[in-house]
Design a binder for this molecule. Structure first.
Ligand code: FE2
Length: 318
């Protein structure tokens, strides 16, 4: 049986299993500068062992601008291939390509995206890069969005007709309930991309709880948990993870140099903050269900515990 694994060091990652594996993608640690910080260089090894170190299932990235020369993401086929190699090396098996659609990118039609994704998959196969790319869209919410989906001009995630990746304008929030209802009427579900980076939601984070209760899925960007988009977005992303308000981690990658297609670091952070199983749910299992066009369960949120002080609205004296 062939099975690709990623082995990592440290107590969190060392789970022993007695399964047989023929292929192990092994991380070789090396010390970089500060002796307390390890980074990992990977190499493919072929092993046959009764005691492989098991780790997460392959990642599935549902938000990635890997299609070349179509939006503000990858600028060339070389960049797309570099992103693909990087993602595969990080443990990702499937990327849903999500070029911007609607808004300033109305020219990006479903037909063109499908065509370029087919070309990309053919090139990946030629170059023996172990990654599958599926078509999708990062869809700006606009008045005719539903009509455009029904006309097959705007793509659902994985082209499965089930989930739509919704993009709000960064600088503001407007009520999403009517959009979610319209999608549900045509048998689809909305996934809000990077709520932790929306200025309106940053000002009113309590809206996130209401949206999740309403059945809105939330996709947090991997880089937000590392502080790439500043402390406010990082703080909100962490709060959402703690409260189990995140249903997907995705990279929203735009290139091989900055905003890269890397999932592992965010997986590690979620596992540290919550537990391994929740990290697998939002980085591996839930996105895989989306890629297959299947339903994703929303688990109960973990509300912050009410203290006597918060009950009476008491605050610390400044
Ligand atoms: Fe995006």
């Amino acid at each position: 049986m062939k099975f690709a694994l990623t082995a990592r060091r440290g107590p969190l990652y060392s789970r022993l299993s007695s399964s047989h594996y023929s292929k192990l993608s092994c991380a070789v640690g090396f010390i970089e500068g500060d002796a307390r910080r390890l980074s990992f260089r990977r190499q493919q090894l072929t092993v046959n062992t009764d005691h492989a170190v098991t780790t997460h299932p392959p990642f599935v990235d549902i938000h990635c601008h890997i299609v070349p020369s179509i939006d503000d993401g990858s600028k060339s086929w070389d960049e797309s291939l570099a992103m693909a190699r990087m993602a595969a090396g990080d443990g990702t098996e499937i990327i849903i390509a999500t070029p911007h659609q609607l808004g300033s990118f109305r020219h990006n039609t479903a037909k063109e995206i499908r065509h370029r994704v087919d070309q990309l998959n053919a090139t990946l196969e030629q170059q023996s890069i172990p990654l599958k790319v599926m078509p999708g869209g990062d869809v700006r919410i606009e008045a005719d969005m539903i009509t455009q989906i029904q006309a097959d001009n705007v793509l659902t995630l994985g082209d499965q007709g089930k989930h739509v990746l919704l993009e709000l304008p960064h600088e503001m929030y407007f009520p999403l309930e009517p959009v979610l209802e319209s999608l549900e009427r045509i048998g689809m579900q909305g996934i809000l991309s990077h709520p932790e980076r929306n200025q309106g939601l940053l000002k009113q984070p309590e809206l996130i709880e209401q949206l999740v209760d309403r059945g809105c899925y939330m996709q947090v960007t991997a880089g937000s948990l590392a502080g790439t988009f500043g402390p406010a977005s990082q703080g909100l992303a962490e709060q959402m993870v703690e409260r189990r308000q995140v249903h997907f981690i995705a990279t929203d990658a735009h290139g091989p140099r900055s905003r890269r297609p890397l999932m592992w670091r965010a997986f590690e952070r979620v596992a540290e903050m919550t537990n391994w199983d929740f990290a697998e749910d939002i980085c591996c299992h839930n996105p895989r269900l989306v890629a297959a066009g299947k339903h994703v369960e929303i688990p109960p949120q973990q509300r912050p515990r009410q203290t006597l002080a918060s009950w009476f609205g008491w605050r610390k004296a400044a």
